[in-house]
Write a new protein. Structure first.
Lengths: 268, 169
């Protein structure tokens, strides 16, 4: 007999998934259906080991070994006319397979074809940079390192690109909490004031809808302004919205429509 | 076309005004609030619109300055990321006293919809804020109203007294 799990609060669980739901798969067709792709695949197979190859949505996907990545991209660029590297990034499969999937999305302007080269590396492995072949790989590989912690060999400037240099953790990993770990939550306080200021400033308020009705240190209701720090638990006086003080401001006159003169003769 | 009549000889009786130093200083301060150009995100577009000719901040004496040394008002217009937090603190420290801060829009007030690891959850974690301006993004009229409210606040303050100890550090 199956163990019973209550289902009355499934709407509240943000990551609820149906046990019987199966992720729809995009149909894969054989490479031999497309003559251009078939000849390209033969050229790759003649020099490198190809683990898997198929066509999805009109694009060929080639799965290779991770240590062949530079050679395959070089072959695609120099001999097979795939002259643009349009996208390069990683996918986190660490929880299910213990590996990162690295993909290189290539475009051939002359053949009007797109190829996706994929390879997998484990968390501790590093991968060869293709920045020598495509300058666009420079920032993409830095972003891959910044967000996933994939280390790139032979990259000219291996440094974080989006997060600060002293950041800890890799934010796009599935294991990274969306609202940040402890380092992230205190980052600006530690950086500016030092760790000893944590007690004074206090933890982040992650509920952006929270308004403390009686907090006059930080909030003032428009039309009900009171001096800072006043106790308003017994209610506050109604102060009408005015653009200037009622008794007027020194040397500033209010505009009086009665005293204005309308010029009717524009040629005067 | 309206023309405003100002008769100095008649309205005050004499071209002499009796007042206090506080009022004169505060009058000067409140009507020449030079703001630091600090557009961080889409609120910055509204702030630029407020400064341009249709909404015309210049008529309130609010002129945008590109240097913190010449500014006394910081309008934090937009999302403050954690990477940028130390720079906003540095620019705030470089502004000369007295100085005021308007936190413009939801992101600057509370982090807004960016409830993530990379966004500061309200600029008041980093610098003290005088006026929180709600909206996403606030219209230029709203920002102008905020500046007028800040002017009122400045006029209520004592001019000679040193700045109140701010809540933050």
């Amino acid at each position: 007999m199956r163990s019973y799990t209550p289902k009355d609060d499934v709407q509240k669980k943000p990551y609820y998934t149906d046990r019987y739901w199966v992720a729809p798969q995009v149909a894969k067709t054989d490479v031999s259906e497309d003559a251009v792709f078939a000849s390209d695949l033969e050229a790759i197979k003649s020099k490198f080991e190809v683990l898997d190859a198929y066509i999805q949505v009109g694009q060929m996907v080639v799965v290779i070994n991770a240590h062949d990545n530079y050679g395959v991209i070089e072959l695609l660029k120099n001999e097979l006319e795939y002259n643009q590297l349009s996208e390069l990034s990683a996918i986190d499969w660490l929880s299910s397979e213990g590996k990162f999937e690295i993909f290189y999305q290539m475009l051939s302007m002359s053949k009007r074809k797109r190829i996706r080269v994929k390879c997998k590396i484990s968390e501790k492995e590093s991968i060869q940079s293709v920045e020598k072949l495509f300058r666009s790989a420079d920032w993409s590989e830095r972003e891959m390192y910044d967000m996933f912690g994939v280390v790139i060999n032979n990259h000219p400037y291996m440094k974080r690109i989006l997060m600060p240099d002293d950041w800890e953790g890799f934010p796009l990993r599935k294991s990274y909490p969306l609202q940040g770990d402890e380092f992230a939550q205190w980052y600006e306080v530690d950086r500016i004031f030092g760790k000893e200021a944590r007690d004074i400033i206090g933890p982040e308020n992650r509920d952006s809808a929270r308004v403390d009705r009686y907090d006059t240190e930080r909030f003032a209701r428009l039309g009900h302004e009171v001096p800072r720090g006043a106790d308003i638990s017994q209610g506050e006086p109604d102060t009408p919205l005015v653009y200037q003080e009622s008794e007027g401001v020194f040397m500033i006159q209010k505009f009086d429509a009665e005293k204005s003169v309308v010029i009717s003769d524009r040629d005067r | 076309m309206a023309q405003h009549q100002v008769n100095y000889l008649k309205d005050g009786g004499l071209p002499v005004a009796l007042t206090t130093i506080d009022k004169v200083v505060n009058w000067g301060r409140s009507n020449s609030l030079w703001a630091l150009t600090y557009g961080l995100a889409c609120c910055g577009i509204e702030m630029m619109a407020s400064g341009a000719s249709r909404y015309d901040f210049d008529r309130f004496g609010t002129i945008f300055r590109a240097s913190p040394r010449q500014a006394e008002l910081m309008v934090v217009a937009g999302t403050l990321t954690k990477k940028h937090a130390e720079f906003i603190r540095r620019l705030y420290d470089q502004m000369t006293e007295p100085k005021w801060v308007i936190s413009m829009g939801s992101c600057a007030n509370t982090g807004g919809m960016f409830n993530t690891y990379a966004t500061v959850q309200g600029v008041d974690r980093v610098i003290p804020v005088d006026l929180y301006l709600p909206g996403c993004a606030p219209r230029p009229e709203t920002l102008q109203y905020a500046v007028l409210l800040l002017q009122q606040k400045i006029r209520r303050e004592s001019a000679s007294r040193a700045q109140k100890p701010k809540r933050l550090m």
